[in-house]
Write a protein that binds this ligand. Sequence first.
Ligand SMILES: [Cu+2]
Length: 134
Amino acid sequence: MDAYAFNGQVPGPTIRFREGDHVRIDVINRLPETTTVHWHGLILPNVMDGPAMITQAPIENGQMYRYEFTAVQPGTYLYHSHDHVDRQQALGLYGALLNVNAWLRWERALTTRRRRREMLLPAASAAILRVTSG
Ligand SMILES: [Cu+2]
């Protein structure tokens, strides 16, 4: 089956962060066409919002775009392609975003340092998400 994938999987990897985290997501485009990523439901600075040709130029093949924001809204959201939208989403460019607070905030209070997590998965056929939060 042909698919477009984030980090080689459909849906893309679930991206977890905690309320107040500074989140940095590098999207590296290895698709045969341009793409962008929209963080559905998150209220972000315009330039981080993702719609191609509206808030940013499309990410060309071989190029990287850095999305960077502070996670202020706890909840469950999703991310998805926002260029060639109908086709790229149907082909698999979407995934879940979890911004947890409550008990994790409590857990954080018990630790002296904020944890740093990095997720870098191998590429298959497509776009790569390199996520750092903490
Ligand atoms: Cu959306």
